[in-house]
Ligand binder design. Structure first.
Ligand SMILES: Nc1ncnc2c1ncn2[C@@H]1O[C@H](COP(=O)(O)OP(=O)(O)OP(=O)(O)O)[C@@H](O)[C@H]1O
Ligand SMILES: [Mg+2]
Length: 238
């Protein structure tokens, strides 16, 4: 049994099929990349896995149990956390308070949530900025905060949606290092990313979406050479 098993999931919005009979597994300890041109359906897949949207058809099982129809907080408590492509901190709360919200997924005690939040902020490199309001953080720090909020929930599987977008090459290298350290703590990862260098370096397996359908899956090198994948990305630029 894989940690995550997605089978023939479809999501329709009126006449638009955003995701079509999409299947995917993520094994314990794996890092899987999910790529595809803009509008391919990647973020919609994350909404379906994390309970923010319900599939029109198909099944999603996490740790052997269907999560279709379960609320996001319940799925999170089972051990599946996500970040948002458009970072969504509580802008008027401090970094620490933002991360404590995630930590309350595992505890009702303020002191324990605070301890966990401090530990996670140190881990992501935001320890010195824990009292800064989220709205005053730079974009790279907001991306770290988004990851910290997810980590504070103590996930077994963490879904990262474009945590490198808008970052410069140095900042990207730092996030790659952070993702490796998260993985080193035993967390499995499913990563959406347009920064190809990063996704190639991090992923053990890559799944490619195009117009809502899986067009390729395999090791990074094989996927990068796949004519269907090359065609999908070139088509996007024309
Ligand atoms: N709530 C919604 N209602 C209607 N259409 C939607 C909704 N959410 C997404 N879509 C459409 O579904 C398709 C897939 O969108 P999605 O955001 O999943 O793509 P993506 O692969 O994450 O793209 P990007 O790389 O630009 O983030 C797009 O055509 C989008 O306009
Ligand atoms: Mg997206």
């Amino acid at each position: 049994m894989s940690l995550l098993e997605v089978d023939a999931v479809t999501k329709r919005f009126g006449g638009l099929t955003a995701v079509s009979r999409f299947s995917l597994t993520v094994g314990a300890g794996e890092i899987v990349g999910l790529i595809g041109p803009n509008g391919a359906g990647k973020t919609t897949v994350f909404h379906l896995l994390s309970g923010f949207q319900v599939p029109t058809e198909g099944t999603v099982r996490f740790k052997g149990v269907s999560v279709v129809g379960a609320k996001p907080h319940a799925i999170c408590r089972r051990g599946l956390a996500r970040t948002f492509q458009i970072v969504q901190p509580f802008v008027n709360l401090s970094a620490l308070d933002n991360v404590m919200v995630g930590a309350f997924n595992r505890t009702d005690e303020v002191a324990a949530a605070r301890r966990r939040a401090v530990e996670v902020l140190d881990f992501v490199g935001l320890g010195a900025r824990r009292d800064v309001l989220a709205r005053e953080l730079t974009l790279p720090d907001r991306k770290r905060l988004e990851m910290a909020r997810g980590l504070a929930t103590q996930p077994e599987l963490l879904l990262l949606d474009e945590v490198m977008s808008g970052l410069n090459p140095t900042e990207i290298e730092e996030i790659i290092g952070l993702i490796r350290r998260i993985h080193g703590q035993g967390v499995s990862l499913l990563i959406i990313e347009h920064v190809m260098r990063a996704i190639m370096a991090l992923s053990q397996r890559i799944v490619v979406l195009h117009h809502g359908e899986k067009i390729a899956e395999g090791g990074p090198e094989a996927v990068a050479r796949d004519p269907k994948v090359v065609g999908a990305y070139l088509g996007e630029q024309s």
